[in-house]
Design a protein around this ligand. Structure first.
Ligand SMILES: [Zn+2]
Length: 454
């Protein structure tokens, strides 16, 4: 990237010189890029300008754009609709040895909604400011990654590179609302089975320092509702076993547990994704009256809801025991139910994680490829929330969460989400290196762990 800024000093110079300086000042005040890079940034902006915000994403606009890109690059493409109006866009670059397991680069086309009035630049303008920052919803999460995959492939194709393994690029819908009609159905489909995928790359998070963040698993949501029952009574009476007292004892116990987990993060002993987070999200109790609640009656029922996130490295059995014995014990007239409970184990009963050591050749290849492109990887982490990668890991496949954005504030789902063009361009080089390494790897390590279990 070349940055040039004009500087003016107009005193005591001949007219011609004034004209020349004026010309230079007005024509060179903005950041300028080599022609190739300008075209790359402009394609990124075009994708960002398609409004794919939930709850009514323009999926057909995104499909038209991605397919037109695939055509100019020379990739095979198809649209698979597991649910009408929600296309999974699948691009293919056939390898010279189609018998080897393939590589899948996944990204989602939808983005979360944006509150327009809280943004400095409109969220679907993809405004490029003087410092090279591109402002748009999806600039970090994760239209950047989807386009970087394509730009890396475009360059490799132009350089005459031939992949040995087949490379697939998928653009899936609905990740921001759980991925049930997108990646979940895709990962369980016959089409997916036929692709013979060996490794999946999916999204990560921006990093505020120079090390790229990389994720090998993610926390599983357990949405828990606990309910207490007890004898109703006059508001003036002190007695044991009221519903409110029973519920409060549980809440106190849950709060102590929450504090113990949070203390580990505060002390720097665990990363956010490595502890069990518990947050109370609702409280429901009381006897309604026309003016609010009856004030002299202790109710017979009380409920509380919690969003719990469980790392795949946690012991599910221990947590269940705690729930049954301390948080909602039947001895205290408590019951519980899960509004959602995602298991930390895959279909083979193993924790849903991807190995990040020498036992996983895809991990070593990624490390080497990032290094070769002058990037640095941080310590592998557990993703604190959920992504589509879990659907592939649940099938026993290795999946790595990675979005190459270093020295960038984490702004996914936030106002004024942006990515600097230099960081975006650097990410393309990183993917070029990864794609080269992955598609050239000839050892036949089919997702071995997965096959062995079958
Ligand atoms: Zn995302």
């Amino acid at each position: 990237m070349v940055r040039t800024y004009g500087i003016c000093s107009l005193s005591y110079v001949p007219n011609l010189l004034i004209f020349l300086l004026f010309f230079l000042c007005t024509s060179r005040v903005v950041v300028s890029l080599p022609e190739d890079s300008s075209a790359i940034i402009s394609r990124f902006q075009q994708y960002l300008q398609i409004n794919t915000a939930q709850p009514s994403p323009d999926y057909s606009g995104a499909a038209d754009f991605i397919f037109s890109q695939a055509k100019t690059i020379g990739l095979e493409s198809q649209s698979i609709e597991f649910v009408k109006g929600k296309p999974v866009l699948l691009l293919k670059w056939p390898g010279t040895n189609p018998d080897l397991p393939s590589i899948l680069l996944n990204s989602h086309t939808d983005v979360v909604a944006a509150e327009y009035h809280k943004w400095t630049h409109p969220p679907f303008d993809a405004h490029l400011d003087k410092t090279g920052d591109i402002y748009a919803r999806g600039s970090q999460d994760m239209k950047c990654v989807g386009m970087q995959y394509l730009e890396a492939i475009r360059r490799l194709k132009n350089s005459g590179f031939q992949p040995v393994r087949t490379l697939y690029v998928s653009f899936v819908p609905d990740e921001e609302i759980g991925g049930h009609d997108g990646a979940e159905k895709f990962a369980q489909s016959e089409e997916f089975e036929k692709m013979n995928v060996g490794i999946v790359l999916d999204e990560g998070l921006a990093s505020t320092n120079e090390n790229y963040r990389v994720f090998f698993g993610e926390r599983c949501p357990w949405w828990l509702v606990i309910k207490a029952t007890g004898s109703p009574g006059h508001g003036s009476k002190l007695y044991d076993n009221s519903a409110m007292e029973n519920l409060l004892k549980s809440i106190e116990s849950i709060r102590r547990f929450r504090a113990s987990q949070f203390d580990l993060v505060k002390a720097g002993l665990r990363a956010e994704g490595e502890v069990i987070s518990v947050n109370m999200v609702f409280l429901k109790a009381g006897t309604p009256s026309p003016t609010g609640f009856v004030m002299n009656l202790q109710p017979s029922e009380a409920e509380a809801g919690f969003d719990i996130r469980v790392p795949p490295t946690a012991d599910e059995k221990m947590l269940e025991k705690r729930l049954e014995e301390e948080w909602a014990p039947s001895s205290r007239s408590m019951t519980f139910e899960f509004k959602q409970r995602v298991s930390t184990l895959n279909e083979f009963g193993k924790p849903v994680v991807t190995a990040t050591d020498d036992s996983n050749p895809w991990w070593s290849l990624l490390e080497g490829a990032v290094k070769k492109a002058n990037g640095k990887l941080g310590k592998p982490e557990v993703f604190p929330a959920s992504t589509d990668a879990r659907y592939f890991r649940l099938r026993g496949l290795p999946a790595i969460g990675f979005s190459p954005m270093a020295n960038t504030p984490i702004l996914l789902h936030d106002h004024n989400e942006f990515l600097n063009q230099a960081e975006y361009l650097k990410g393309i080089e990183i993917y070029e290196s990864i794609i080269k390494a992955y598609t050239s790897y000839t050892e036949h390590t089919r997702n071995d762990a997965y096959r062995d279990e079958l």
